[in-house]
Design a binder for this molecule. Structure first.
Ligand SMILES: NC(=O)c1ccc[n+]([C@@H]2O[C@H](COP(=O)([O-])OP(=O)(O)OC[C@H]3O[C@@H](n4cnc5c(N)ncnc54)[C@H](OP(=O)(O)O)[C@@H]3O)[C@@H](O)[C@H]2O)c1
Length: 293
C-alpha cells in the first residue's frame, strides 16, 4: 500500500474506543465505517470477513473485543471466539486486499509483579482468561497478517459507560468513602488519546509488530481514583474519600496483574507523538460524564 488508506473500517461501533476512533477518523479518510456486531460479529465465523470482502477497506482497526474481564473466567471459550479466533480471521482477510490491519490489545497480557514498565518484547504471562484470549488474538493476527500492528493499551477511559472514572463518579453519588486497590499499578489512557495514536499508526504502512500505548504519570488505581475525585470536587461533581485497600481486600473472579505498566517507547518513536498525560484526558472524561448524566 503506497497511498494513504482511503477507506477505514473500524470493527466496533458502540464501544468507548470505537466511538473515539470514529470521531477522529472522520475527515481524515475518504470513507469511514464503524461496524457494530450486527454488521461484523467476531464470534460468528465469516461475519467480519464477509463485510471486509464486500466493503473493501484499505485499513481495518479492530476495536471490538470481549472486554468483560471477570465473566471471561467462566466463559473463556466465548471470549476466545471473539478475541482470538474472530480477530485472527478478520486479520487474515486483510493481505489479499493490501489492507492495513491494526489490533487493539491489552496490558493484561502481562501478569507482572511490581518492577519496571514492560517493554514491547517482554515475555507475556497473562494471569486471567481475558488476558490469555487477547494474547492468543495477538498471535493469531500477526500470523495471519505479518504486516499488522498490535497496540496494547491500558486502563482505557472516556467518561462513558463502565470505565473506571465513570464508575468512581457514579459510586460517589451514593457513598462518602470508596475502597480502591492501592497495590496494582497502571497507566490509564483516555480513549481519545489512544484513538489519535491508533490512527497515526494506521497511516504508517511499515509500522508492524507490537506497540504499547499507556499514559503517564503511571500510578496505582487508588491514586487514580483520588485524581478522579479531586477533579470532580473542583467541578462541583460527586466526589468521595478514597480508602486505599489491597488486592486481597477486594477479591474478584479474575486475577489482576500487580504491575501492568507499559513502556510506550516504540509507539512514541514511530509516530512522533509523546505518551499522553491522563490528566488532560480525565478533564475531558469528566465533561463527557457530566453532560451524559
Ligand atoms: N477498557 C479498558 O480498560 C481496556 C484496557 C486495555 C485494552 N483494552 C482494549 O481496547 C479495545 C477497546 O475496548 P473498549 O474499552 O472500547 O471496550 P468496550 O467499550 O467494552 O467496547 C467493546 C466493543 O466490542 C464490541 N464487541 C463485543 N463482542 C463483539 C462481537 N462478538 N462482535 C463484534 N463486536 C463485539 C462491543 O459491541 P457491543 O456494544 O455490541 O457489545 C463494543 O463495541 C479492546 O480490544 C480491549 O481489549 C481496553
Amino acid at each position: 500500500m503506497t497511498q494513504p488508506p482511503a477507506r477505514l473500517l473500524i470493527l466496533g461501533r458502540s464501544g468507548q474506543l470505537a466511538r473515539a476512533l470514529a470521531a477522529q477518523a472522520a475527515g481524515r479518510f475518504d470513507a469511514v465505517r464503524a461496524a457494530g456486531r450486527e454488521d461484523a460479529d467476531l464470534a460468528r465465523p465469516g461475519s467480519a470477513t464477509g463485510l471486509i470482502a464486500e466493503w473493501r477497506p484499505d485499513a481495518v482497526i479492530n476495536a471490538a473485543a470481549w472486554t468483560a474481564v471477570d465473566e471471561a473466567e467462566t466463559r473463556e471459550h466465548e471470549a476466545r471466539a471473539v478475541n482470538a479466533r474472530g480477530a485472527g480471521e478478520a486479520a487474515a482477510a486483510a493481505p489479499a486486499l493490501g489492507a492495513r490491519f491494526v489490533l487493539v490489545s491489552t496490558d493484561y497480557v502481562f501478569g507482572g509483579a511490581p518492577g519496571a514498565p514492560f517493554a514491547e518484547d517482554a515475555p507475556p504471562a497473562p494471569v486471567n482468561a481475558y488476558g490469555r484470549t487477547k494474547l492468543q488474538g495477538e498471535r493469531a493476527v500477526l500470523a495471519a497478517c505479518p504486516g499488522a500492528a498490535v497496540v496494547r493499551a491500558a486502563g482505557v477511559f472516556s467518561g462513558a459507560g463502565s470505565d473506571f472514572p465513570s464508575a468512581m463518579w457514579r459510586l460517589a453519588e451514593a457513598r462518602n468513602e470508596i475502597g480502591v486497590v492501592d497495590d496494582q499499578l497502571t497507566g490509564p489512557t483516555f480513549a481519545g488519546d489512544l484513538a489519535r495514536r491508533l490512527i497515526a499508526l494506521t497511516l504508517l504502512p511499515d509500522a508492524h509488530g507490537v506497540f504499547h500505548c499507556a499514559s503517564g504519570p503511571q500510578l496505582s488505581w487508588a491514586a487514580f481514583a483520588e485524581a478522579c475525585f479531586d477533579l470532580a470536587r473542583e467541578a462541583g461533581a460527586p466526589s468521595a474519600r478514597v480508602k486505599p485497600i489491597t488486592t486481597a481486600d477486594f477479591p474478584r473472579p479474575a486475577a489482576r496483574p500487580a504491575d501492568a505498566r507499559l513502556a510506550s517507547t516504540r509507539l512514541e518513536a514511530v509516530t512522533g507523538l509523546p505518551a499522553p498525560d491522563w490528566r488532560t484526558g480525565l478533564s475531558k472524561a469528566l465533561d463527557a460524564w457530566l453532560s451524559s448524566r
